[in-house]
Design a binder for this molecule. Sequence first.
Ligand SMILES: Nc1nc2c(ncn2[C@@H]2O[C@H](COP(=O)(O)OP(=O)(O)OP(=O)(O)O)[C@@H](O)[C@H]2O)c(=O)[nH]1
Length: 345
Amino acid sequence: MKEIICLHVGQAGCQIGHACWELFCLEHSIQPDGSLLSNTCLNEYDQSLLTFFEDIGHKYTPRMLYIDFETTVLDEVRSGSYRQLFHPDRIITGKEDAASNYARGYFTLGQKLIDHVLEQIRRITNQCHSLQGFLIFHSFGGSTGSGFTSLLMEHLNINYSKKTCFEFVIFPSPKLSTIITEPYNTVLNTHISLEYADCVFIVDNEALWDICTYSLNIQKGNFVHINRLLAQVISNITANSRFKEGNIISLNEFLTNLVPFPRIHFPLVSYAPIQSIDKAYHEQNTTQSLTQELFHRNNQMIKVEPSNGKYMSVAIIYRGLAVPINVNRTINKLKNERKISFVDW
Ligand SMILES: Nc1nc2c(ncn2[C@@H]2O[C@H](COP(=O)(O)OP(=O)(O)OP(=O)(O)O)[C@@H](O)[C@H]2O)c(=O)[nH]1
């Protein structure tokens, strides 16, 4: 079993984390109190849930840490419907927020909290047979998300240098960001991500709101909607480590295919199909249509124009019955029609 530990840092990281754990529980038939649904029996195939969940005898508990300097968001987790799922020690809060100031997250408040956080990580790793790596969820713009994550990654690099480190990051979007320090926090945190992360999936809220409004027809969306969308992406990226169907690709193998050069590790995220509930039952999703949609701007989770540049590498994860011959045919078609062009190495 290759375990993965999730670290959710700051408001964005914790709220996205909550959406992910809701989805993981549904996928593995785990109830909000951590017990298995009564008619579920664990066979070897189901054991794959141990990648993300720890078996503590009578129930399952997530291998994760929620970390935030202020208590509001995590108090909701402590009193919400999933409160029994999480081990209380794994929800770590400070007493005041870092006021969107990277330095407060890294130095002032960060230094007070880091030992406690590292101790909890050590306890979780002690319960793992063969730790695969860490997934870190945070925003680049917030001070906890940027400052404290930087400090944490430096320590993880010292203590767990051989383990894979993936990040899922909210990149500030110019039209939506209200906090003036977000660009500064982002630049400072990017430097650390460049050095210590193996792969950083970046998304921005502007692109996610657009997907919610135009593709999913949600007129008054909020963070819950976009976080659930992100949870789908994260679930699919990690599905290979969790379910033993078809090819099992570990995080490391995934990296080998996706990252052409160690420091070039900031892939764009795209997802298909994205359909509103009223359209979903009227669409036929073929391998070809899904692959073509992936390269469409409306399906991208970050606002950039890919036609202005070239692709360095692409990793497509199909979930469900995708036949390799159809996949190859579609990719060749896209290349021949010059819809995607790669750099000439
Ligand atoms: N997608 C998504 N983005 C969020 C969420 N909450 C906050 N953000 C974005 O995250 C950025 C701000 O970072 P936060 O995570 O709120 O800040 P923090 O890391 O907790 O740091 P401080 O609040 O300064 O202590 C802004 O760009 C927000 O739009 C969320 O639940 N989902």
